[in-house]
Design a protein around this ligand. Structure first.
Ligand code: MLT
Length: 257
């Protein structure tokens, strides 16, 4: 199993397919398993590299769960794999990490894939909600978060098998890692400046029925990156790559071509 050994911990990643590297970060509170259709059948011409963020999935935890720290792990993985530059993307929180990586080292980013995410930082109320979520998960475990989040993640017509796999994946995550990542998201920087400077190719994907980061958020990012493509996927909610994997695959293939 591919693991990057970092000081005092290990960082698990999936590495599938052959071609242009795409470093793809998962959302909250999931793992790289949330890319199961893409890992089973990687987009043509793409080497898909999907790590588990610190503390999630099969990666061990680390103290700092800021978006920058997760992005540093991604850069360390590119170093270890001998990859100078890659397409970098992510779903939701994974998008925040992709934008943080672009801030840290734009030269490593050949192109961006921003899926069901947003460029804006949390306001004070949003940050307070993240802290309340973190404290609830620390005290009571992850079940309460699953009950609140699950109904908002998928469209009304989602396949029940997808819903139950997503639920299982959420329940398997460590409460400590989830709490830390909630705080990490709450302290993330606004990424508008990064996006308005970005000159490479970029595809912004959003499910038409995404109620977590709705199409309006995607339109804001599209407005910041003049050369970006905005793709609104009908019949998908917040996890568009899981609800419409074939559409998603074609969009990735178009981006890296
Ligand atoms: C995610 O799906 O990663 C989170 O819902 C993002 C967020 O809460 O901002």
């Amino acid at each position: 199993m591919p693991n990057l050994h970092l000081p005092g911990r290990s960082y698990f990643y999936e590495d599938r397919g052959e071609g242009v590297p795409l470093l793809l970060f998962h959302g909250f509170p999931f793992s790289s398993e949330s890319f199961w259709p893409q890992l089973e059948t990687p987009p043509a011409g793409v080497r898909l590299i999907a790590p588990d963020h610190r503390g999630f999935g099969k990666s061990t935890a680390a103290q700092d769960a800021s978006m920058e720290a997760m992005a540093e792990d991604g850069l360390a993985l590119l170093d270890a794999l001998g990859i100078d530059s890659a397409f970098v993307g992510g779903v939701s929180m994974g998008g925040y990490v992709a934008m943080a990586l672009t801030r840290l080292n734009p030269g490593r980013v050949r192109g961006l894939l921003l899926v069901d995410t947003q460029s804006t930082a949390d306001d004070d109320a949003g940050r307070a909600k993240r802290e309340a979520t973190a404290q609830d998960v620390e005290r009571n475990g992850i079940n309460g978060l699953v009950e609140t989040m699950l109904p908002r993640l998928l469209s009304a017509g989602a396949d029940p098998a997808v819903r139950s796999r997503v639920e299982k994946m959420m329940r398997a995550q460590s409460p400590q890692a989830v709490a830390a990542a909630s705080r990490g998201m709450g302290s993330r920087a606004d990424a508008k400046d990064i996006l308005s400077r970005f000159a490479g190719p970029c595809t912004i994907v959003v499910g038409a029925d995404d109620v977590v980061t709705p199409p309006e958020k995607a339109k804001v990012m599209h407005g910041l990156i003049p050369q970006s493509a905005l793709e609104i996927i009908e019949g998908a909610g917040h996890l568009a790559n899981l609800e419409k994997p074939e559409v998603f695959k074609a969009l990735v293939e178009k981006l890296v071509k």
